[in-house]
Design a protein around this ligand. Sequence first.
Ligand SMILES: C[S@@+](CC[C@H](N)C(=O)[O-])C[C@H]1O[C@@H](n2cnc3c(N)ncnc32)[C@H](O)[C@@H]1O
Length: 282
Amino acid sequence: MSGRSDQPAPVAPDDQVIARAAVLIRHWTGMTFGENKRYYIERRLVERMAKTGIAAPAAYLDFATYMPGERQELINAFTVNETYFYREIHHLSALSGHMLPSIVRHRVPGDLIRIWSMPCATGEEAYSIAIWLLENWALVDAFNIEIVGSDIDTAALAKARDGHFSQRSLARLPEQIRESYFEIEKGHQRQIIQDLRESVRFTPANLIDPSSVEGLGSFDVILCRNLLIYFDDDARKRAADLLYDRLKLGGYLCLGHSESMKNISDRFEATRLDDAIVYRRP
Ligand SMILES: C[S@@+](CC[C@H](N)C(=O)[O-])C[C@H]1O[C@@H](n2cnc3c(N)ncnc32)[C@H](O)[C@@H]1O
């Protein structure tokens, strides 16, 4: 469905509809939008109402509730996809310097090592892992490394697969890395080279819905950074259980710098690796 000029303009959602939208988004995604986010919610609802041609806010919410395609569009509109290459680089250093060396101590060359970037947004985090390991881990060719990127936002995943990135997104990468792994495109965007695009698998998943990750198997390392800040404690606990279940025994979990498992889950062991605090499944 898309809006037409002869359709009535969307009616501004009232407080009741705004509150109902916040409840639905929290239920579907875990993200909590408080009263101070009224304008954020309103803008996104009105945008989707215009796109679908549904002028009445309550009718639009009913439509989004019962039509999975529109529910996904609404979720995509609400997500905050802020990310960039080599963000919180201390986790990448700890990955090549400590986590992988510890994991391969119990493996033989050729074994599969699985790394999950969840949420990966538009792909920068997952591709950063691939580039970092190629540049910094001497055993990168000795093992079969699988990197999977997941996110609830299907539009962000499409961008990740396409692999075009802005200068802003690439700003922290050394020039030599930009030259080696990206092709210059029109309009100051650069596309990551095909080899890397083919080396990362992107697939949708919801961090608070175990059924959405059933086919994904288990991972040696999970990066789950800068999402739990948008959750309340209940959603964080559900996410922690899902992450725990997806980690192999002895596997590592990295959270964002302002996130922690304190008061959320006591199932993990917290460990300091140089500048990084990481969590381990015992
Ligand atoms: C701020 S980005 C973080 C990206 C990356 N990890 C980083 O640190 O740069 C947060 C991402 O979480 C995703 N997200 C929100 N709720 C989610 C959920 N329930 N399951 C999976 N991803 C979710 C959003 O779509 C968004 O792309």
